[in-house]
Write a protein that binds this ligand. Structure first.
Ligand SMILES: [Zn+2]
Length: 154
């Protein structure tokens, strides 16, 4: 109802004044409160492993490396907070990305094959023209968002 969303909006403005602009509808669900989002690396670390390209998936690797080195996302995935409370049945892009980022940043190998991601591709991404990094990024972020929002239907 509108009074409910007004209350939420007021609460959000009180706690996170920078997040909700005047006249802007509050998000329906807050996955992670802003105080828990860390924009800087939580730990100083060396660059992680490179990624092998088994065929025509260099655009996949480019997107994966961008996501891996996006500190607020990487900090969250490195904390393994998602998988410790994941209620997804079967395929979960967040669990797959969490495993990937932890693998890349913790392995001592100089390069790894992103096997789990490539195996997961048919689940949410039709491999078409090689080089369509934007389509892959869009599908990946959408699948991650879906993994965060499903199983939370109250
Ligand atoms: Zn999951």
């Amino acid at each position: 109802s509108s009074s409910y969303s007004h209350t939420v909006s007021t609460l959000l403005k009180h706690h996170f004044p920078a997040v909700v602009a005047e006249g802007m509808a509050p998000p329906q669900r807050i996955h992670l409160p802003p105080v828990k989002i860390h924009m800087e690396w939580q730990r100083r670390r060396r660059p992680g492993a490179g990624l092998y390209n088994p065929g025509t998936t260099c655009f996949v690797n480019a997107v994966l490396q961008c996501l891996t080195y996006t500190p607020p996302l990487a900090n969250y995935l490195l904390s393994r907070e998602h998988s410790s409370s994941c209620r997804q049945q079967g395929f979960c892009m967040m669990c797959i990305m969490e495993a990937h980022v932890n693998n890349v940043l913790h392995t001592s190998a100089s390069a790894i094959m992103p096997t789990a991601i490539i195996n997961a591709l048919p689940h949410y991404f039709k491999l078409g023209m090689p080089g369509d990094a934007y389509a892959f990024l869009h599908c990946t972020v959408t699948a991650m968002h879906r993994a965060c929002t499903s199983g939370h239907s109250e």
